[in-house]
Design a protein around this ligand. Structure first.
Ligand SMILES: Cc1cc2nc3c(=O)[nH]c(=O)nc-3n(C[C@H](O)[C@H](O)[C@H](O)COP(=O)(O)OP(=O)(O)OC[C@H]3O[C@@H](n4cnc5c(N)ncnc54)[C@H](O)[C@@H]3O)c2cc1C
Length: 371
């Protein structure tokens, strides 16, 4: 290992706890009072997301000298997820957008966007669900593009993209109409009049996440918005990071479900002890998942097939564990958790999202079955 790589890791090790600690403090003081309104869709917390960018929440995973460390980003997402699953998801969206821009080989794109995404001045997300499903033979690509002077013209629609609004950007992939089978990854600019955001019908949870259906009506995508052409090798490079960052959503949610179970132990422990799943088991499971996540998160560019399968398997376990922990929290709470005002029912609704957001449980199982 060269001396620059050593100093990079040392720098990350020193700074990682302080960013995650600052994020945790903001989560407790500023996010907690907003969680119910975010959950109901009354607010989309763009100011809070920018403020988190100000303390470095979206920049700790920036690659340096060909390596990257996702541990601090995952810990920060988990800290937000302990308080609000929707905000943890928006944090994943923003971190993923940063991940795309920082890994692009297009110098004009990097110069124009990498810093403003990482600082949170510009917000956004990722429209990669459909491409990720398409890569594994689940559905066809929904966006089509054709080469023109200075860029591509893109048409089609994506049913859901989150952390969006005016002035926001997101990464996605289209298939070339003029070169069938070839794909290009690009940034979509939500301020482009040829790109329209359509509000979605209310969801079970995640309504405050700025989620829209997005239509491209022959939108011109300039060369400086191209993340990777062709997209294939780039997707291979960013895919482990895309998935590993989602572990933060699961870890935060599971930790809060454990707290919920602990909170009712005083009044209800005498009968809750007959339930098959106890907080101590989830504490062990959570520590195990956290350990595995942190080990994989140190090496997101690892090209090995064994590494990739470990990432996919971990993601599957994280989704399963989220649903199991939220289910157990509901059973431990009893009638208390059945009140709409109690967060146990919110955690249950959020847990299902961890299990269905791409790559969903069924896709992960397909990937592991076929690899
Ligand atoms: C709140 C929310 C936020 C999301 N944010 C993002 C995001 O930021 N970026 C992103 O890329 N993806 C996003 N998604 C999509 C998500 O990642 C998954 O792709 C989605 O939950 C479905 O995944 P699945 O594998 O279970 O597919 P399935 O649900 O099994 O299948 C998906 C297919 O079914 C079709 N379909 C879905 N609903 C209906 C319906 N009501 N009627 C008819 N057809 C339907 C879709 O067009 C799609 O082709 C979001 C989804 C939700 C619910």
């Amino acid at each position: 290992m060269g001396s620059s790589a050593v100093s990079r890791i040392e720098t990350v090790d020193r700074s990682a706890p302080s960013i995650a600690d600052e994020v945790a403090a903001i989560a407790r003081k500023e996010l907690a009072p907003l969680a119910a309104e975010i959950d109901s869709g009354a607010i989309y917390p763009d100011e809070l997301l920018r403020r988190l960018g100000g303390v470095g929440a979206w920049r700790s995973h920036l690659p340096e000298n060909g390596a990257a460390d996702l541990r601090c980003a995952i810990q920060s997402i988990a800290a937000l997820g302990e308080v609000c699953g929707a905000t943890a998801f928006m944090a994943w969206c923003q971190n993923t957008l940063v991940w795309y821009a920082a890994n692009s080989d297009n110098p004009r794109l990097v110069e124009k966007f990498a810093r403003s995404f990482a600082d949170g001045q510009v917000l956004g997300g990722t429209g990669l669900s459909n491409p990720m499903k398409s890569l594994f033979g689940i559905e066809k690509l929904k966006l089509k593009g054709r080469k023109v002077e200075g860029g591509y013209v893109v048409r089609g629609a994506l049913p859901w993209v989150s952390n969006l609004g005016r002035g926001h950007f997101f990464g996605s992939i289209f298939e070339r109409e003029d070169a069938p089978g070839e794909t290009v990854m690009f940034l979509a600019d939500c301020s482009d009049p040829a790109i329209t955001l359509q509000p979605c019908k209310p969801f079970l949870a995640m309504d405050g996440t700025g989620t829209y259906g997005v239509q491209f009506r022959d939108a011109f995508v300039r060369d400086d918005l191209i993340l990777a052409d062709p997209a294939g090798p780039f997707v291979k490079k960013i895919r482990a990071g895309f998935i590993l960052l989602q572990a933060g959503m699961a870890l935060g949610l599971i930790k809060d479900c454990i707290s919920i179970m602990d909170e009712v132990d005083g009044p209800l422990g005498h009968v809750n002890r007959y339930l098959p799943q106890q907080p101590v088991q989830f504490k062990e499971l959570c520590s195990e998942l956290e350990r595995e996540t942190m080990a994989l998160a140190r090496d997101p560019f690892n090209p090995g097939e064994t590494y990739w399968r470990k990432v996919v398997a971990l993601r599957l376990r994280a989704g399963d564990a989220s649903v199991a922990a939220a289910h157990a929290a509901m059973l431990h709470c009893g009638a208390r958790g059945y009140l709409m005002s109690h967060r146990a029912q919110r955690r249950l609704r959020e847990a299902y999202f961890v299990a269905i957001v791409t790559p969903a449980t069924k896709q992960l199982r397909k990937m592991l079955a076929e690899d």
